[in-house]
Design a protein around this ligand. Sequence first.
Ligand code: ADP
Ligand code: MG
Length: 231
Amino acid sequence: MIRINNATKIYDNGARGIQDVTLNIEKGEFAFIVGSSGSGKSTLIKLLLKEVDLTEGEIFINDENITYFSRKDTPFLRRKMGVVFQDFRLLPNKTVYENVAFAMQITDAANREIRRNVPMVLSMVGLQKKSKAYPNQLSGGEQQRCALARAIVNNPPLLICDEPTGNLDPDTAWDIMNLLNEINDRGTTIVMATHAWDIVDGMKKRVIALKNGFVVRDVERGGYSDEFYND
Ligand code: ADP
Ligand code: MG
């Protein structure tokens, strides 16, 4: 599903984002990207989303080489992957329903399909009763559930999350993790960057650890911490 070959990202100011990263993530996997602040987690996510370009190396999504994709190719990527960020990024002037519907409208989905799929995902994330609410009328957990509904409404094979629980209290964070588990069980590949060690330890999924941009550990059913980590 994701193949990253000898990928290096150096920013214009010389900062090292990631260094010589080689990774394969298979269809159906749930992989955490962990590491302390500045270790390169968000850089890796942004490279997958084509928000930044590689300095060296190659990235393939579903055997498609996206290394040289340009802005005009991003609609293709948006159909391949849903995205969830720490700060929700909902459209403030749209309701919950409209936020999720909008993600389908930009892929030219038929109205009939939109009217069918949006209520379905809203009920999956437990927001059916809030469909007419605006983001500022929701709790953080509800906003993130809305963002999650928006990310999966087009049924992408891949879901990318950057610190999705970073703004949530522990109980709410686990609600989101349980939803992610459910989505993964239905076959969606998930890549989640986080420094929430308790969540990573509780989930027992693949753990890919970064330090100074390098992959320093990659274990099948891992926990957050080992000798490389004390944050
Ligand atoms: P993490 O998400 O693990 O905290 P990042 O990927 O955001 O790490 O950052 C990795 C390194 O890249 C850090 O040294 C950071 O300062 C640098 N970096 C990130 N984004 C930029 C940017 N837009 N311009 C310059 N340097 C950046
Ligand atoms: Mg980050």
